[in-house]
Design a protein around this ligand. Structure first.
Ligand code: PGA
Length: 256
C-alpha cells in the first residue's frame, strides 16, 4: 500500500488535562499497538504534556491543533513550534476552518505556519474546504485550489511528502451532514491532481489526503475505501474512545 491510512483526532476545545489523560489511556489500551493505520491525537495545548507521556512508546502519535509561525517572541497567548517539539508532538493541524472563521486566519498566515512547522520537523495537517455558500455557488474547486496553493507556497518537493492535507467541507463540520462519497472523492482527486501539477505525480501519490466533516463509524467504511481518501480528521467522534477506535478499525479494514 502506497499510502498508509491516517486517523487523526481533533479534540478541539474539549477536555481538561485529567479528562484528556483518561481518554488517551483508553485509546492507547485499545489501539496502541496498531501498526497498519497511523494514529494521531490532537488534544488542547494544556493536555499535550500529560497525553504525550501516555502515548510514549505506543503507536499513537501526538499532534497540536495550531501554532504560531514565529519561534518565540512577544505574541501573548501563542505557542511556537519548538515548544510543541519539546513535548514530543509530531503533527500540527493548520488552517482549520474554525481558525479561519473565528480568528481571521488567512492563507498567507497559514502558509507561514506551514513553513515553520516543516522547519521544526512537525508534520502539518493543512485543512482546506469550502463553505455551503461556496459549494452552492459552484466555486468549491476554486476555493480549495486557492487555499491549497496559498497554504503550500514555498513548500519544496522534498517537504511535500511530510505534509498531510485534510479536505473538510465547512458545511459538514460538526453538523452531522457528511459529504457524499462522490462529493468527497471528487475533491480529493482534484487535490491530488493539483499536487501532481505542483510536485510531480510520484510525490502527489505519496501525500495523504484526509476527509473531515462528520466522519463517524457508520459512514467511514464507504468514505475510507475511496481511491483518494487516505484517512480522516475526526472531531466529534474522536472525543470518545469507542467511536474513535471504531474509525481506526474501519481504516484498517479499508487498507486490506
Ligand atoms: P467533526 O469535526 O468530525 O466534528 O465534523 C471535524 C473537524 O473539524 O476536524
Amino acid at each position: 500500500m502506497l499510502r498508509k491510512k491516517l486517523i487523526a483526532g481533533n479534540w478541539k476545545m474539549n477536555k481538561t488535562a485529567s479528562e484528556s489523560s483518561t481518554l488517551a489511556q483508553e485509546i492507547v489500551a485499545a489501539v496502541g499497538k496498531q501498526t497498519d493505520v497511523e494514529i494521531v491525537i490532537c488534544p488542547p495545548f494544556t493536555s499535550l504534556e500529560s497525553v504525550g507521556k501516555i502515548v510514549d512508546g505506543s503507536n499513537v502519535k501526538l499532534g497540536a491543533q495550531n501554532m504560531h509561525p514565529e519561534a518565540n517572541g512577544a505574541y501573548t497567548g501563542e505557542i511556537a513550534a519548538p515548544m510543541l517539539r519539546s513535548l514530543f508532538a509530531t503533527h500540527v493541524i493548520l488552517g482549520h476552518s474554525e481558525r479561519r472563521t473565528y480568528f481571521g486566519e488567512t492563507d498567507a498566515f497559514i502558509n507561514k505556519k506551514t513553513l515553520a512547522a516543516l522547519k521544526n520537523q512537525l508534520r502539518p495537517i493543512l485543512c482546506v474546504g469550502e463553505t455551503l455558500a461556496e459549494r452552492e455557488g459552484g466555486s468549491t474547486l476554486k476555493v480549495v485550489q486557492t487555499q491549497l496553493e496559498g497554504g503550500l507556497e514555498g513548500v519544496s518537493k522534498d517537504q511535500i511528502t511530510s505534509v498531510v492535507i485534510a479536505y473538510e467541507p465547512v458545511w459538514a463540520i460538526g453538523t452531522g451532514k457528511v459529504a457524499t462519497t462522490e462529493q468527497a472523492q471528487e475533491v480529493h482527486a482534484f487535490i491530488r491532481s493539483l499536487l501532481a501539477k505542483m510536485y510531480g505525480d510520484a510525490a502527489a501519490q505519496k501525500v495523504r489526503i484526509l476527509y473531515g466533516g462528520s466522519m463517524k463509524p457508520a459512514n467511514a467504511p464507504e468514505l475510507l475505501t475511496q481511491k483518494d481518501i487516505d484517512g480522516g480528521l475526526i472531531g466529534g467522534a474522536s472525543l470518545e474512545a469507542r467511536s474513535f477506535v471504531e474509525l481506526i478499525t474501519a481504516a484498517s479494514a479499508a487498507s486490506k
